[in-house]
Write a new protein. Structure first.
Lengths: 325, 258
């Protein structure tokens, strides 16, 4: 009892809160760790390249920023409609519209120089070789803290998710990328698989520094008036609050099986969702769809996390990682 | 924060939403839109905001107005909101119609809910040398617009599909009837994509400049999600976003689907 009392007397104040998290690297040097001032990382493809969100708040307040997925060659994306709505979720089939890695380096990367937060480049490929080319092109780019290897895009034919559903392929591609790229490597995994821990283990074994989960869930919507699929691409990927419980479950399930950090994402819209992912075992937490519906959400979510920490008298946010187990 | 002053039915299933605002980041221009969160009390359904082009704006009264048709879940919820309800809006967003060029004889062609952005445009053009061609399903859908445009003192022509006004038919056919004897120097149009395609084709054929405002299924409205990408006819074939580079485009700028 006296112990409890003394705790109450020494109440943690807002100024004492430490929201920083460290995403450890598998590489020996500590320099390779990804140090984040808070766990929030923008999810690829939901924040453009930063400028759009800059109209709403200073994105340097976030932990890290992930750029829109890039491929070797420029892609114009899928036909429209590319987005459908469902209860508490959206189904997208954008199809990786992007300017290609060369233009990314020439046009997008220079724009990120004004940011002080770590920048991650999301890369996607149609073949194993594509990932090697992308890793080569981005190796040594000082603007980047790391890359996110997207082995899970459901919206491109002959690639993306196909690689992410087979542990052997995840291993092979991750290993190749690891041999070429010396910065921080996050492998983004698909939930469209029987057991996501098998691909998480494969990524870890191949040298990934962290895994991100989950990408979108394969889904579709039928326009009952037109009596046809709504998306021009027929299928798309479901994101938003609707998928969060699935994502939390997968993070929880994976946490005890791997030693590398997890970037948990899927439907986060407020501070309590961030806490939930961290309790499940996520070191960092992605914000995606919320940026589309509430572009100013980032700072609000951080504030809500702080409120939770004060309420529960948690000084170091990283102390709650995986504690729901 | 925005507060509803009025949200009333002004035609069959067509509503006028009048909002009062505290402050805006900039003056809204004709052709721009606001992205309105229609779900209330933290509900996630519907998740996405709904984009509505500006029907009217009054800086002195701090009012912004929209006209919308109830077509789905989002607009149904919106139509049930009462005066004094506070609303969450993002905007003004998107690229507006251009107003500052010396355009001479100007035609405005609007079909259905595509009429909405043309009213604020017509008002801001401040030119007596403009002719307005509007079409909708029937007279009841046009009555509200008729009264509003008449208040601006512009030359107004009306057509309905279901009954004979000036003609029985579309705004497009109405406009085409006038085109030969009264060729415009510049055209602004908004409405069904088939109409935009035809207006664009006629204008390009006759060397008439102009702008169109397109409707495209949007995700974010701020340019991050690329849901509303439009193919372009530019050499580099770079897509343009309806929510940022649009919704107003020059004639021939983006590929329309007929």
């Amino acid at each position: 009892m006296p112990e409890k009392q003394s705790k109450l007397e020494q109440k943690i104040t807002k100024a004492e809160l430490n929201l920083s998290v460290v995403m450890q690297s598998q590489q020996k040097s500590k320099q390779n760790n990804l140090n984040l001032k808070n766990p929030l990382i923008t999810a690829s493809g939901t924040c453009g390249n930063g400028q759009e969100l800059a109209n709403f708040y200073d994105i340097n307040q976030l932990g890290a920023f992930t750029t829109k997925g890039i491929t070797v060659k420029a892609q114009s994306g899928n036909r429209t409609p590319r987005i459908a709505e469902t209860s508490a979720g959206i189904i997208n089939s954008i199809g990786l519209e992007n300017p290609g890695v060369e233009n990314f380096i020439l046009e997008v990367l220079p724009e990120t120089k004004e940011y002080t937060l770590p920048i991650l480049a999301n890369i996607s490929g149609y073949s194993e070789q594509d990932f090697e080319v992308l890793a080569e092109k981005l190796e040594g780019r000082e603007e980047l803290a790391g890359i996110e290897v997207n082995l899970s895009c459901p919206n491109i034919k002959g690639g993306g998710m196909i690689f992410g559903t087979e542990p052997e392929k995840v291993y092979q591609i991750t290993k190749k990328v690891r041999e070429i790229y010396s910065g921080y490597i996050i492998v983004k995994l698909t939930p469209n698989i029987t057991d996501i821990t098998t691909t998480a283990l494969a990524a870890e074994a191949a040298g990934a520094d962290a895994v991100a989960m989950i990408n979108t869930l394969s889904a579709m919507k039928i326009d009952i008036e037109a009596q046809k699929p709504l998306l021009a691409n027929t299928f798309g990927g479901l994101s938003g609050p609707a998928v969060r419980p699935i994502a939390v479950k997968m993070v929880y399930q994976t946490f005890k099986k791997i030693d590398i950090p997890i970037l948990g994402l899927g439907g986060v819209k407020n501070g309590s969702d961030v806490i939930e992912f961290m309790l499940a075992g996520a070191t960092a937490v992605g914000i995606g769809t919320i940026n589309m519906t509430d572009p100013a959400a980032g700072p609000r979510i951080i504030k809500e996390v702080e409120e939770y920490m004060l309420k529960h008298q948690i000084k170091d946010l990283s102390s709650i990682i995986g504690t729901a187990h | 924060m925005f507060k509803i002053i009025a949200n009333r039915e002004v035609g069959p299933g067509i509503f006028q939403l009048v909002l009062n605002y505290d402050q805006l980041p900039q003056k809204p221009e004709p052709g721009q839109f606001f992205n309105i969160k229609v779900s209330q009390s933290g509900s996630d359904d519907p998740l996405l905001r709904r984009p509505f082009s500006i029907f009217d704006f009054d800086a002195a009264e701090k009012k912004v107005e929209f006209i919308y048709r109830v077509v789905g879940k989002g607009t149904k919820i919106l139509s049930e909101l009462e005066a004094e309800t506070e609303l969450d809006l993002l905007g003004p967003l998107g690229s507006p119609f251009s107003l500052n060029k010396n355009k001479g004889n100007v035609h405005l062609i609007g079909g259905g809910m595509g009429i909405a952005p043309l009213y604020y445009l017509s008002k801001e053009l401040k030119s007596s040398n403009q002719k307005v061609y509007l079409g909708a399903a029937n007279k009841a859908e046009l009555e509200f617009f008729e009264e509003k445009f008449k208040g601006l003192g512009v030359e107004l022509h009306l057509a309905a599909m279901e009954e004979k006004l000036e003609i029985k038919g579309s705004a497009l056919v109405l406009w085409l009837n006038y085109l030969e004897k009264n060729t415009p120097d510049y055209v602004y149009t908004c409405g069904p994509e088939k109409m935009l395609v035809a207006v664009e084709r006629e204008c390009l054929k006759n060397n008439i400049g102009g702008e169109l405002s397109i409707e495209k299924r949007m995700g974010c409205g701020i340019g991050v999600c690329l849901s509303c990408s439009c193919e372009t006819k530019a050499e580099d074939q770079k897509n343009k976003r309806a929510c940022v580079e649009g919704p107003v485009f020059g004639l021939g700028e983006v590929v329309l689907s007929a």
